[in-house]
Design a protein around this ligand. Structure first.
Ligand SMILES: [Cu+2]
Length: 141
């Protein structure tokens, strides 16, 4: 008796599965114009708010220091937080030549941040501890 019951319990979900698979296959094979529209949707429609409050955004601008060299080619929006990571084993600073921003001493492996100036442009900086270390950041409006 119990064998029959078990067989029933197994066959019911199986039937549902097969029906579901067939339905899915039928839907996928439909020549839906909607599907074509989906792929054609431009990706730039999700506009970021320019003055978004500082938070744990994943696309936060970062600059890395390694081997006594500032990472180059970094750009940041005016007023935005720029995260600075010191990947060396000794302390560095990232200090604006114009005194506009300064991480202060960043120990080996430490992370700090500066706020980008409000005026767009290219800003040069140095490491106060090793003045031969120089770099620049591009601030965009
Ligand atoms: Cu340094």
């Amino acid at each position: 008796m119990s064998t029959n019951n078990r067989a029933l319990r197994v066959s019911m979900p199986l039937t549902v599965c097969i029906l579901g698979a067939l339905t899915a296959a039928a839907l996928l094979s439909l020549p839906g114009p909607d599907r074509l529209d989906d792929t054609a949707t431009p990706a730039g429609s999700s506009a970021e708010t320019p003055n978004a409050a500082a938070g744990g955004a994943n696309d936060e601008p970062r600059i890395n220091i390694a081997d006594f060299t500032f990472e180059s080619g970094i750009s940041v929006q005016a007023g935005e937080t720029l995260t600075v990571t010191n990947s060396d084993g000794v302390a560095h600073t990232l200090t604006s030549n114009d005194g506009l921003f300064d991480t202060g001493d960043l120990g080996g492996g430490a992370t700090g941040s500066v706020i980008a100036p409000e005026v767009a442009g290219t800003y040069s900086f140095i490491c106060l501890i090793h003045p031969s270390m120089t770099g620049s950041v591009t601030v965009t409006p």
